[in-house]
Design a protein around this ligand. Structure first.
Ligand SMILES: [Zn+2]
Length: 151
């Protein structure tokens, strides 16, 4: 668990505890949440004030979703930076899993979070490296499994 995740969890616990008080007003809960996020959080949250002010599961993407995937880059809809693969960036910079990221922006399940050219490179690397080369049947089987995963 990353430090960001730990912080997030702590903030949530504190806010939940506060919210369970009978005299806690919704405004106070939101205010407390924002304050804790500001104090605990880091430069990352400063860059996304909208997320701090409106703690919600959904967010506006920084760019049109259909422009977020190119052959060589997948762009982060949180900050607009492009990567070969988003997973590590999402965890490190935004404390998001791929699943949370998809939910936040309402992305379809089949939207790639890895640049298409990069997936192809990896696939051809595996082939060049000779994985499964000596067992045609095993190669065939692995391909089927991959196709199922992608489906
Ligand atoms: Zn980002």
């Amino acid at each position: 668990m990353s430090k960001t995740e730990q912080d997030e969890e702590m903030v949530l616990k504190i806010v939940q505890a506060f919210a369970s008080r009978p005299d806690a007003a919704p405004d106070q809960i939101v205010e407390l949440f924002s304050k804790l996020r500001r104090e605990l959080g880091s430069a990352e949250t400063e860059g996304t004030p909208a997320a701090v002010e409106a703690p919600s599961d959904t967010a506006e993407p920084i760019m049109p979703i259909e422009q977020a995937v190119t052959q060589d880059r997948v762009f982060c809809l949180c900050c607009g930076r492009g990567f070969k693969m988003l997973k590590r960036h999402l965890g490190a910079e935004h404390g998001l899993t791929e699943q949370e990221y998809r939910l936040r922006f309402g992305l379809p399940e089949d939207m790639p979070l890895v640049a298409p050219s990069y997936s192809r490179q990896k696939a051809s690397y595996a082939k060049d490296a000779g994985f499964g080369k000596y067992d045609r049947h095993a190669t065939q089987k692995a391909k089927t499994t991959d196709a199922e995963k992608l489906a």
